[in-house]
Design a protein around this ligand. Structure first.
Ligand code: DC
Length: 222
């Protein structure tokens, strides 16, 4: 008897390139699970900060092994629990984004998170987004996308997101934080952000999410 294999779609790209909105909608359309791998790195950054564990990677990993869980909710979206609590509300600010980009340079952290990401593959499939989904974590994915967008467009999207959610924001500060993160993510020694071999590149600067989604669904034939 032939076993059905779970499909994997990877969507990589820079911060605020639109990859998360695209991935979420695509996973919902296909009925697949959805993993935004950025939340793993953001969670590690948050835990590192709140538990003051930035000086010992060993202690940090032991803490993660004991307290961090990746679980899917009824919408098939993966989320993170730390000590039994959903920490999503603490993860989406630029300070945590920049710190995530720094902790993500540690090979031990990437290795530990690799296992957790592999465990997210379930039938009928998974849409996973991040920086190294198609290049490192799921090199044999069924379909790989690489999303780009101009820096000014990404900064103004992020600015709007923050303002819409009632937070204070400065376009200038966001632009410099994104520039710093781009530099870290593209130039780090392990798993730098690259267009994965075999990926299809989409520039989202002047396209809305629905147009991009139509384009992707045309290309992705099961
Ligand atoms: O996608 P994001 O902006 O939420 O990611 C936050 C940081 O986490 C990003 O700047 C680098 C790191 N990251 C990573 O190194 N590898 C991934 N697959 C996802 C995120």
């Amino acid at each position: 008897m032939k076993h059905k294999m779970a499909r994997v779609i990877t969507i990589d790209g820079l911060a605020s390139s639109g990859k998360t909105s695209i991935s979420k909608k695509l996973s919902e359309k296909l009925g697949y699970y959805f993993l935004d791998s950025g939340i793993l790195y953001r969670s590690v950054a948050y835990i590192c900060l709140t538990e003051s564990l930035e000086h010992s990677t060993d202690l940090l990993i032991t803490n993660l092994e004991n307290n961090l869980e990746v679980i899917s909710d009824q919408t098939k979206h993966y989320k993170i629990n730390y000590k039994g609590n959903d920490i999503a509300d603490h993860l989406y600010n630029e300070e945590i984004g920049v710190l995530a980009s720094i902790v993500s340079q540690k090979p031990e952290i990437r290795e530990y998170l690799m296992k957790l990401q592999h465990n997210c593959v379930k039938l009928p499939g998974l849409v996973a987004n991040g920086r190294d989904m198609g290049s490192k974590v799921f090199p044999h994915a069924d379909f790989k996308l690489f999303i780009t967008a101009e820096l000014a467009v990404r900064a103004s999207r992020r600015f709007k997101q923050l303002v819409d959610s009632g937070k204070e924001a400065s376009l200038e500060k966001i632009t410099s934080q994104l520039t710093e993160r781009d530099k870290n993510d593209k130039n780090r020694k392990i798993s730098p952000l690259i267009a994965p071999a075999g990926s299809i590149e989409i520039d989202s600067s002047h396209l809305n999410v629905d147009r991009i989604l139509d384009k992707i669904l045309e290309l992705y034939k099961i």
